[in-house]
Design a protein around this ligand. Structure first.
Ligand SMILES: Cc1ncc(C[n+]2csc(CCOP(=O)(O)OP(=O)(O)O)c2C)c(N)n1
Length: 567
């Protein structure tokens, strides 16, 4: 084995790497290490001795969960996140959540070791059999479609610049992950210069909209009889602006496949989550940061309806196929676009006040019917329905609980008034996200009460043993609520939608969707130190939720509720 070319007095590139990450705002270093990590381990050990600034290392024994944790942390603090994994094999395990983060525009610095380049003769040359088989012709090719930029470190002196470039690209709007390959020879190499602080490069603010396009859309709003807004993802500061515009102009808002709170549940113009007849009757649709505003196979706006798309990338240029009608595209940060639109529409409304008043009256009546139906649907019955469970979660856990929903929560029934109190699985829908995202959020926002609502399938996808271990090890008390229906309802629904009358439709279409017998999830979680209960009866639910909340908030213990809810 070759000896290090210098003694300990010279810093190594791995130290520069960690320092640069910390200087660029990465508070945590989520990792699952391997034989490519010794320079990183050495760098952390040296930092401990010297008090050097480095991110907090968080060992996560599965890469998919590590990436989900990074997502949750980003949703809380808005900063770039760092994950490092083991070569090609570890990278492969990140891909599922990397798809989610890529489509959700998360600035993730995904670093991976690379098998040592040299077979002998260098400090760090190959020393294990796996290091031949793990090498790929193009390791980054595995993730290139999902990242905005990839690079392999070749020169130790370039480490700081490589991190600065990575962060700059990841944080540029629309944001997204990048991939950095770190072979261990350059990572272990000594640097000629001492490591100084890195000055993060400035980020560009979100873009402003084209005033001509805003004026055109304001004209359309003033003239519209039945306008509709469809939104999926809004920054917190955009929410009140949307609320004002929708209220002022009496425009119903539907949040289709939403990823966060776009409008408070109680808002007079919040018309739920399915475009339905509002879309079928519309003469103007304004699409806000929504990749799939409706399902064209099932519904569409009528002929002659104007459609406008607003967002940082209203074309979703990285989607291979997407053909929604469009009469106007406004490429802009949504808060800027809505603010400009609200100002532009105001002077045009004088001519439209009577029409707006009539529309408001119609919508108020429609809202009354909608709320009555929702109340009926969530009334407790013999078994715990997902609607009742969702309502109880909203009521018992309180308006400040931050919920990470991996599918089963019925957002129509779970009141969320504040932006930032509900986050949902991203548009790509890769399962195994919610538990990790909730843990990452708790890490970055320890003062918040964090809840994960998970299907039983999603819970299993999320590496629960790893998740509970991370929760215990890093003292991250969160509440996981498993909607246990002992099946993949989504798979069954998809089968029924195509083959209800086929052979697969017989036997209640449980084929390949049957999770019976369900494990005793509560007992498994208890074995890992959680407060855990199984809940069968509707009458027991509110108290069980309250006990779990108290265990987490007051007792600072992780908790799990295994709620039996057939659907
Ligand atoms: C990684 C991954 N594999 C498979 C799927 C396909 N899939 C979508 S929903 C679903 C079932 C989820 O089951 P569960 O969490 O129990 O919720 P339910 O459908 O019962 O509401 C599956 C397997 C997926 N989205 N992601």
């Amino acid at each position: 084995m070759a000896v290090p070319p210098t003694g300990r007095e010279r810093p190594i590139a791995a130290e520069a790497f960690l320092r640069a990450l910390a200087d660029h705002g990465a508070d945590y270093f989520f990792c699952n290490p391997g034989t490519d990590f010794p320079p990183i381990v050495e760098a952390f050990a040296r930092a401990k001795k010297t008090n050097a600034k480095v991110p907090k290392p968080i060992l996560v024994p599965h890469e998919n969960l590590a990436v989900a944790m990074a997502h949750g942390a980003y949703l809380m603090n808005g900063r770039p996140q760092a994950v490092m994994v083991h070569t090609s094999a570890g990278t492969a395990n990140t891909v599922n959540n990397l798809i989610n983060l890529s489509r959700d525009r998360v600035p993730l610095i995904l670093a991976a070791g690379r098998t040592p380049i040299t077979e002998k003769g260098s400090f760090g040359s190959r020393s294990r059999p796996i290091q031949w088989a793990q090498e790929m012709f193009d390791q980054a090719g595995m993730v290139r479609e999902l990242v905005k930029w990839d690079y392999e470190l070749r020169q130790p002196a370039q480490t700081g610049d490589a991190v600065a470039r990575a962060v700059e690209v990841a944080m540029a709007h629309p944001r997204g992950p990048i991939y950095l390959l770190l072979p261990r020879e350059p990572l272990a190499a000594p640097l000629a210069e001492p490591i100084g602080p890195a000055k993060p490069r400035p980020q560009a603010a979100a873009t402003h909209p084209d005033p001509k396009a805003v004026a055109a859309l304001a004209d359309w709003i003033a003239a519209a009889e039945r306008p509709l807004i469809i939104a999926a993802t809004l920054d917190a500061e955009a929410v009140p602006v949307l609320g004002h515009l929708a209220e002022r102009c009496a425009i119903p808002v539907v949040t289709h496949n939403p990823r966060n709170v776009c409008l408070p549940s109680s808002h007079a113009m919040h018309f739920g989550f399915e475009p339905g007849t509002l879309l079928a009757d519309a003469d103007l649709v304004i699409v806000l940061e929504s990749d799939v505003p409706w399902i064209p196979h099932l519904q569409h706006p009528p002929a002659g309806c104007h459609v406008a798309h607003i967002g940082e990338d209203p074309f979703f240029v990285r989607y291979p196929m997407r053909s929604f009608p469009s009469d106007l595209a406004i490429q802009s940060g949504v808060t800027h676009a809505l603010t400009a639109l609200a100002a532009a529409v105001e002077p045009r409304l004088q001519m439209a006040e009577a029409r707006i008043a009539a529309r408001r009256a119609r919508l108020t009546e429609r809202m009354r019917t909608r709320r009555a139906q929702l109340a009926k649907d969530s009334t407790p019955a013999e078994r715990i329905s997902p609607e009742y469970l969702s309502r109880a979660i909203g009521e018992v856990l309180g308006e400040d609980a931050v919920i990470f929903n991996e599918y089963p929560l019925r957002p129509d029934h779970c009141a969320r008034e504040k932006p930032g109190t509900l986050f949902a699985l991203g548009p790509a829908g890769g399962l195994g996200w919610g538990f990790g995202a909730a843990l990452g959020a708790k890490l970055a926002a320890p003062e918040k009460f964090i809840v994960a609502t998970l299907g039983d399938g999603a819970y299993m996808f999320g590496n629960p043993t790893v998740g509970h271990w991370v929760a215990g090890k890093y003292e991250l008390p969160i509440l996981a609520i498993v909607f246990n229906n002992s099946r993949y309802a989504a798979v069954r629904r998809a089968t029924m939608s195509m083959f209800k009358d086929g052979a697969a439709g017989e036997n209640d279409s449980r084929g390949l969707a049957d999770l019976d017998p369900a494990p005793a999830y509560d007992e498994l979680a208890r074995a890992q130190g959680a407060h855990a209960e199984r809940v069968d009866k509707p009458a027991d639910l509110p108290d069980a939720l309250a006990r779990a909340r108290d265990a987490v908030v007051d007792g600072r213990r992780q908790a799990l509720l295994n709620v039996i809810t057939p659907y």
